[in-house]
Design a protein around this ligand. Structure first.
Ligand SMILES: [Zn+2]
Length: 299
């Protein structure tokens, strides 16, 4: 933070985006902790859509809880009080009345004290002066914490509008895509789909098993060639791969061709890659089951 000539605290866009990129999330053993990123997206959305500055915990926590269930790892209990207060440590957030983040606080105590939170004054000044800081922060959060298949849905969920053209995502590793597609003969390893137009493969993507955002490597044994539909369903945890077989989450329901395109593949082997070295590594599959997959009833 700097002092302007008038003696008030200011933060410039670069410094703010740097703080956004350095948000500390509890990630031991590669566990996902999307609490702060989701809360930030929510707060950015409320500001952009409604000009809402002060977020009451009372109103925020059911929304955050919903987002954590939907976009977070499968957990038994979702806690929303910690990120609401601990985001203070990242230097862009404050709560009122103020709470020492080292003390014990709970859902109940935040509700009883009618705690509100907001971005700091400097950040709000920045948003007012340069609204592109809002959208660029949202893009940085999406890119750093969620695979691309989540982005549109999350923006819609929090009501954030990002003009076309600002979405400058990290250049994807095209070598990874080529390696993974080649390993599976350019076909979806679940349904076998392939379409080509003038020798160019259409609708087949290389999915990371352990997400790039969770430091999953760009190697064949951390990749699956999937059609666009199965890629989306896999990233969302509607199915996983276990012992080289498709396992569909028991919570997943659907209509129309859901039976043929999803349920009928349950317990079916995936297509074999060109070499057994390219088979999904148990280490990465374990991560996907633990952090993404919406569980199935073991049989
Ligand atoms: Zn497919």
């Amino acid at each position: 933070m700097e002092q302007s000539s008038r003696g008030v605290n200011v933060i410039n866009k670069q410094a703010f985006l740097q703080k956004i990129k350095q948000i500390r999330t509890a990630t031991n053993k590669g566990a996902r902790a999307p609490h702060k990123p989701l809360l930030l997206l929510y707060a950015l959305g409320r500001y952009q859509q409604y000009g809402e500055i002060l977020l009451p915990y009372k109103k925020t926590h059911p929304r955050l809880k919903h987002m954590l269930v939907e976009y977070g790892p499968p957990v038994k209990q979702v806690k929303t009080s910690n990120p609401f207060v601990r985001l203070k440590n990242d230097g862009i957030w404050e709560v009122t009345p103020d709470i020492d983040h080292r003390t014990n606080f709970s859902d109940r105590s935040l509700l009883d004290a009618d705690i509100h939170a907001s971005f700091t004054k400097e950040v709000l000044d920045l948003f007012a002066a340069d609204p592109s800081a809002i959208t660029e922060a949202a893009v940085a959060i999406l890119d750093n914490h969620f695979p691309e298949t989540y982005h549109e849905e999350l923006l819609e969920e929090v009501g954030l509008h990002i003009e076309y053209g600002i979405r400058r995502y990290r250049k994807r590793d095209s070598a990874f895509r080529q390696k993974v597609l080649a390993a599976y003969g350019e076909q979806c390893c679940v349904c076998g789909f392939q379409a080509k137009l003038h020798d160019k493969v259409v609708g087949i993507e290389a999915a990371h098993i352990k997400w790039h955002q969770a430091y999953g490597p760009d190697e064949e044994n951390n990749g699956l060639a999937l059609c666009s539909l199965h890629h989306r369903l896999f990233d969302k945890g509607i199915f996983t791969i276990d012992d080289d077989k498709v396992r569909v989450a028991s919570e997943a329901t659907g209509k129309g061709t859901f039976q043929e395109l999803v349920l009928d593949f349950d317990k079916k082997k995936i297509r074999k890659p060109a070499s057994s070295l390219y088979l999904p590594s148990p280490e990465f599959i374990d991560w996907h089951v633990r952090e993404v997959f919406k569980s199935y009833q073991a049989q």
